[in-house]
Ligand binder design. Structure first.
Ligand SMILES: Cc1ncc(COP(=O)(O)O)c(C=O)c1O
Length: 386
């Protein structure tokens, strides 16, 4: 089945639900059983059967199945946020005395989690140059237990060579955990590229409508129980209503992302022609430092990219404040365009980020790109006056 056909068919079973085309919302805490034998048969490590609301409902399983199948993983589990998914996945593999490798441009709250939660518990964190590729071998120690990746970084869009990193890590039996939110299960086949545990902020393109906060972890077969048991041990569950919304959003991820990528390319190319712009950082653009890796490993690009302004910080503030169609806000992956002045330098320790001006991150939504370009143009004019 091609992926758009799979997207239309996965995660539902009308024959089971009286012909209903979507898997309904099952709200429950208690699941009751006819006898002790059936009840006891449901305990244990099979996490894909209902036994108690916390461990999932048919609605939860429908979403998890859809995401896992699209990405080509063994199984998936939903969590209450992308950050929770990252935190649990890391805890699942690490204990005191272990060494963890994390890319320098990693999503800032992931860095905070590492520094504020893992480090005081005896886990050594080492931030590495995201462009290191196979050179990661030099950083691996006897106690390295996880190599974490994020490709590309969500502010600086630096692309990582995940297959090269994974080849080295796997030679030494180390699993690769990756934040694959930008690639999504639709544009990035994580497991074919060497990822063992793929972590998504489903809040972004998976749910896709800026109305759900959720994380999803997809794993290969080998690491499934390590991750799934950790999720159970920490007591995480997700509301079936949110799972329903996320799966409804996920059905259209293909059309949304293809359109948003086309819109983003149009806006990015226009920005490249502007004198106020020093550099546009978007792996989908020819000439971008991550373009070759992106072309090799991804089948499309998210509509999230950054550019460097030829301006002062004060002018950068004036620029984003002048935008009318782009809203200022965290997150991305929804239908609407967003802009932020990206706070990067304070969060780097292994490498420097000195692009020569403020970095603006844009999320391009489903608006007409001509209107977005006009909005950016008027904001440049107002910036100049500032
Ligand atoms: C790259 C990346 N990973 C993870 C997250 C965390 O997702 P959530 O907001 O659902 O916790 C975000 C959110 O902005 C993100 O940008």
């Amino acid at each position: 089945m091609k992926k758009d056909t799979l997207l239309a068919r996965t995660g539902r079973d009308p024959a089971r639900y009286q012909g209903m085309v979507n898997t309904p919302v099952f709200r429950t805490s208690t699941v009751i059983f006819p006898d002790r034998e059936t009840y006891e048969a449901r305990s244990g490590d099979d996490y894909k059967k209902v036994r108690y609301g916390l461990s999932g409902t048919p609605t939860t399983f429908a979403l998890e199945e859809a995401v896992a199948q699209m990405e080509g993983g063994h199984a998936a589990v939903a969590l209450p946020s992308g950050l929770a998914a990252i935190a649990v996945a890391l805890w699942a593999f690490l204990k005191s005395g272990d060494h963890l490798l994390v890319p320098d441009p990693v999503y800032a709250p992931t860095r905070t989690f590492c520094d504020r939660r893992l480090k005081p518990n005896g886990i050594e964190i080492e931030y590495y140059d995201p462009l290191i590729g196979a050179g990661i071998g030099k950083l691996i120690r006897p106690n390295t237990r996880v190599v974490f990746c994020e490709a590309p970084g969500s502010l600086t869009l630096e692309m990582q060579d995940i297959p090269a990193i994974a080849a080295v890590a796997h030679e030494r039996g180390i699993p690769v955990l990756a934040d694959t939110t930008w690639g999504t299960p639709y544009f990035f086949r994580s497991f074919e590229k060497g990822v063992d545990v793929s972590i998504h902020a489903a809040t972004k393109y998976i749910a896709g409508h800026s109305d759900v906060v959720m994380g999803v972890i997809v794993t290969n077969e080998r690491h499934w129980l390590t991750v799934r048991r950790a999720v159970a041990d920490y007591g995480y569950g997700v509301s079936p209503d949110d799972c329903y919304l996320a799966l409804r959003g996920f059905r259209t991820i293909g059309v949304r992302m293809k359109q948003q990528m086309a819109n983003a390319l149009k806006v990015a190319r226009w920005l490249q022609s502007r004198p106020q712009v020093k550099r546009v950082i978007y792996p989908a653009l020819e000439g971008d430092h991550g373009h070759a890796l992106w072309k090799r490993d991804f089948t499309g690009a998210a509509s999230l990219f950054s550019f460097v302004l030829v301006a002062s910080e004060r002018q950068a503030t004036a620029f984003v404040n002048a935008l009318e169609l782009f809203a200022i806000g965290s997150s991305w992956g929804g239908f609407e365009s967003l802009a932020i002045v990206a706070p990067i330098a304070p969060y780097r320790t292994a490498t420097k980020w000195e692009p020569g001006g403020p970095t603006i991150r844009l999320h391009i939504g489903l608006e007409d790109p001509d209107d977005l370009v006009a909005d950016l143009e008027q904001a440049f004019t107002r910036m100049k006056k500032a």
